[in-house]
Design a protein around this ligand. Sequence first.
Ligand code: HEC
Ligand code: HEC
Length: 308
Amino acid sequence: MKRIMAAILFACSPIVAVAADNPDWAYPVAPQLPAPDDTIQVTVPGSDKSYTRKQIGDGFAPPDWFPSEHAAMPPVVANGRGPAVRACALCHRPTGDGHPESSSLTNLNEFYFTRAMQQFKTSARKGVRANTMVIIATAMTDAEVKEAWTYYSKLKPTVKTKVVETDTVAKSIVAEGGMRFLAAAGGNEPIGQRIIELPEDDQQAKNRNAHIGFTAYVPTGSIAKGQALASNVGKSVTCAICHGPDLKGLGDVPSIAGRSPMYTFRQLNDIKTGNRSGVAVELMQQVVANLNDDDMIALSAYVGSLEP
Ligand code: HEC
Ligand code: HEC
């Protein structure tokens, strides 16, 4: 497999380095928020559980509103291990679907998952968003990594991020968990060259209700442009060669179909800037070298629109 890829890359046109940075919209940072309430019990439709707002944000016992919908979580997923290993379920949800502050963990093979954790551990993956994982992975044992993978690998994606093309998008602010919520004053604004991911229901996203999905708003024309780029050997390398015909992964190359477009953009950008590096990532460097932000937005929108 490696040898085939090397041959493909050898045949590519020379690589031109293009300056890159980290656009704010792709690297949202949660502001300082007031201490959450610890008295009022919050409930969500269809669940007989209740938690206070403080409990909803508890990194070592995050809410599990619908325990009967998934297998029992191993300790590292449900509770983590203090002081540094926060529970995976807090950000990746008990379902592994994740949300705009994290990533989906379903459909990842063991080799890729383990390598990702190793990359965080060695800071081969770093930066504003990835540093959360650097701290967690550094403190984890190999057995815990295996436990987490074993749990998430058995889950199928349940709520997929919808991809919607638009010229304007509702005004939003970054708040809890670095996620975006509708601005109190309402109104719309041009989407510009951005991907804006908004919850289907703000309150339920704040409740960390795993039933709630997200919509990724992308500039008009992105999906068709991304589809062309994904199969055009001229500007990049055809994604399917390595990621498989339906982009659902091949060997230890991960699935990129149906994942959050903002997450995908961040990975392409991090690979380009060098914040995501390492031997496996070298294969991707050739792919992103000639792409600008608009190209990466389009590719992320297209692969995000596919079935996971
Ligand atoms: C506080 C939030 C948070 C917690 C808790 C958390 N993660 Fe993450 N995780 C993230 C973020 C954010 C990313 C995406 C980083 C990026 O965009 O570069 C991520 C990405 C990942 C990835 C990379 C996925 C890919 O496709 O490459 C893996 C694997 C992962 N996390 C595993 C875990 C495991 C296992 C745990 C529990 C021990 C955990 N995470 C707990 C926030 C979190
Ligand atoms: C020559 C082989 C090759 C080609 C062609 C290729 N990729 Fe990749 N890609 C990889 C490998 C290998 C990885 C895993 C890197 C790692 O383990 O960190 C990867 C990882 C990724 C990731 C990160 C996934 C995650 O979960 O974080 C994204 C996004 C991605 N590729 C998108 C694309 C797109 C879009 C294209 C087409 C424009 C493409 N790739 C073409 C080999 C390739």
